[in-house]
Ligand binder design. Structure first.
Ligand code: SF4
Length: 351
């Protein structure tokens, strides 16, 4: 895709639902649905190619605004796994990364919700650079559109996980709007259960999320189940302790009756010991959750090392023995720095 020329920066088409497009552009609802389909369903970001719009309308749109607010700077693809990492420039010159992970015929898109992140988790590449700004709904959705261009899905809709750069609940309204846009039937039509929002533990937002009228999934990045260790790894824990987090999760489950996932990044000698398993099992009492173990991916400048494969398996097996449903993720993007906790605009910084 070529560089876009933003004509009216206040008019971002990808921020808008079909009804909002009709109102903003003063066009008929059916024309707005056509335009939305081109942008979201077909990922066509050039008005000239939108052949079922009249020529006059295409020219009017062309003169007034850009079809897309992001610009693709670089797309890496792992020859080993097929994982793709997109580096995208935002209209103000900032950039974000997003990842497509393919596992046989299952495709998962990992999108960013902020430029950088203020939470500074101790093992995370994104947190190292600090927080710059929130993304708009369209800036989130367009990450998915760019990743899906030219991608063969075989009629299946992709999964979306809000696990890229940033804490999604620190950008609550834009993230919720982006979910509505991704679910829109004239667009990608992604089912709510195929979408997961991942939080580092913003307890009040979990309670707010519980009131949303949909079946979007929740994942909590736990990484430690005693307050001393968790406050070091995830500084947000100093604000919302494990007990406060538990209250929010229980309220979420009371309201929604939905299981959650705990994410646990394994760091050698830090949180991969049997005593950490014991803490986790104790913490999970009364919470319906599965555990997703993530081998940590080395990040230059951070004082950690990854747990050995053998230790990861010991940790997993210990949880399984306690009856906890546990998966041990096989990293699929490490060779292009696209794995969890590795997104930090590496190419962007050089541009
Ligand atoms: S792990 Fe997530 S919440 Fe923590 S600093 Fe990184 S991006 Fe932010």
């Amino acid at each position: 895709m070529n560089e876009t020329n933003i004509k009216d920066e206040s008019l971002r088409l990808s921020d808008l639902s079909p009804a909002e497009l009709a109102a903003a552009l003063e066009i008929k609802p059916f024309q707005a649905r056509q335009l939305f389909r081109w942008l979201h369903q077909k990922q066509v970001l050039d008005f000239a190619e939108m052949t079922d719009l009249s020529k006059a309308m295409r020219e009017k749109l062309q003169a007034r605004c850009a079809a897309s607010c992001l610009t693709l700077l670089h797309m890496d693809q792992s020859p080993r796994t097929g994982t793709k990492k997109a580096l995208l420039r935002l209209p103000d010159g900032e950039s974000v990364e997003s990842v497509l992970i393919r596992d046989r015929d299952r495709v998962t898109l990992c999108v960013s919700s902020q430029v950088g992140c203020a939470l500074k988790c101790d093992f995370c590449a994104t947190g190292m650079a600090g927080f710059t700004r929130n993304l708009t709904p369209g800036e989130i959705v367009e990450q998915a559109l760019y990743l899906l261009r030219d991608e063969e899905l075989g009629g299946r809709t992709p999964n979306i996980v809000y696990m890229g750069m940033g804490e999604p609940f620190r950008n609550y309204d834009a993230v919720m709007k982006s979910i509505h846009l991704l679910m829109e039937k004239e667009g990608l039509g992604i089912g709510a259960r195929k979408i997961t929002v991942s939080t580092a533990g913003e307890a009040p937002s979990i309670e707010r999320f519980a009131q949303e009228d949909w079946q979007v999934r929740l994942s909590v990045s736990l990484h430690a189940a005693n307050d001393t260790l968790r406050s070091k790894l995830v500084p947000l824990n100093r604000r919302y302790s494990l007990e406060r987090l538990r209250q929010a999760i229980l309220e979420y489950q009371t309201r929604t009756d939905r299981q959650i996932t705990f994410e646990w990044t394994l760091l050698a000698g830090v949180n991969d010991r049997l005593e950490d398993v014991a803490d986790l099992v104790r913490y999970m009492a009364g919470i319906r959750a599965t555990v997703n173990l993530i081998p940590w991916n080395p990040v230059a400048g951070l004082p950690y090392s990854p747990s050995s494969r053998e230790q990861c398996e010991i940790f997993r097996d210990a949880l399984l023995m306690h009856g906890v449903t546990t998966t041990l993720r096989r990293e699929k993007g490490q060779d292009i720095d696209a794995a969890c906790g590795q997104l930090r605009r590496t190419r962007g910084m050089a541009v």
